[in-house]
Design a protein around this ligand. Sequence first.
Ligand SMILES: Cc1cc2nc3c(=O)[nH]c(=O)nc-3n(C[C@H](O)[C@H](O)[C@H](O)COP(=O)(O)OP(=O)(O)OC[C@H]3O[C@@H](n4cnc5c(N)ncnc54)[C@H](O)[C@@H]3O)c2cc1C
Length: 340
Amino acid sequence: MINNTKKNKSLKPFTTFGFEARARYFAAPETLDEIENLLADAQKSDIPLFILGGGSNVVFACDFDGLVICPRIGGIKVVDEDGEHVLLKAGAGVVWDDFVRYAVEHNLGGVENLSAIPGNVGASPVQNIGAYGMEAKDSLVAVNGVFIENGKQFTLENAECRFAYRDSIFKNELKRKTVVTHVVFKLSKNPEYKLDYGNLKDELSKYDEINLRRIRQSVIAIRASKLPDPKDLGNAGSFFKNPIVDRTEANRLLELYPSMPVYPADSSGKVKLSAGWMIEKCSLKGYRENNIGVHRQQALVLVNYGEGTASELIAFAQMMQTIVFEKFGVIIEPEVNIIN
Ligand SMILES: Cc1cc2nc3c(=O)[nH]c(=O)nc-3n(C[C@H](O)[C@H](O)[C@H](O)COP(=O)(O)OP(=O)(O)OC[C@H]3O[C@@H](n4cnc5c(N)ncnc54)[C@H](O)[C@@H]3O)c2cc1C
């Protein structure tokens, strides 16, 4: 028995795919104390724990026979400031896009290209959210949280978070071992805009003057025209990550498919391939089986047409992985967290 929790709670309204799954216990703590008490109780009862944010990157494959904690710590605070920068500390439960809006309205740059990404601040470092050439790691200073095992508080500086493309220590060594309670970002009073990615530049070309608000509006407009809104059609954004391969593998593929898009992945010389392009080349874009399908406009986005189940989705995703592997010899890995 865990105090201050709801029992047998449906998680359907808390995840953007909208599949039915139940949590044995569910709590939405608003303070660090409440989180610490819940962790202590769960430890005593020896039951599994899962930390849920906005549920926009999670699929529960089955009912969760443990405690789901949904941190709702709010607040955005200025913790330091100089002539060039402002340090903002945001609670894990702040909706990510409310944080971006706050930054833009205060003329602080560094997260504007990340407008309209669903989810909460607490999850932003987990997969190092990114869009339009910008990532959370570019402006993140530190992550505060609590270790699940012993309830001890921690602070991890940016370098300690081991950020990479859609990756961090929270998906590896610290996977399911922490509750992020706050995240600190360093934002710029005189930002350099990042406009070279995707069609952001084209969208902004209709304005004489570019500023943070216009960038935010443009990102929101582009995203709304391309991505299905989970309120209308269950989804979790890009279901698969773009595979990162070494140069030799990329050259092999380029000989076979000269028009294949390849991008430099990082300073290690590795190369990022487009999972969406490969899925499209396998004629899977728009493909549907019963209630699950690949979105008609976005080959990376899998959707729940209404009455689908998580098992149908997982089987569908595995079928896609097999088809892509048979054609290209490349494994496409899910970006979405599948919880068993
Ligand atoms: C329409 C759509 C578009 C999207 N576009 C993008 C995009 O452009 N770029 C991008 O990077 N992502 C994108 N995503 C994915 C998603 O928005 C991000 O992964 C987001 O950060 C998930 O936040 P969340 O709060 O919903 O986390 P959840 O889905 O609830 O959780 C994700 C992971 O983080 C962990 N977690 C969550 N909160 C905490 C916490 N407080 N402490 C510890 N662990 C925690 C969970 O345990 C889980 O492992 C998109 C999703 C959708 C539905």
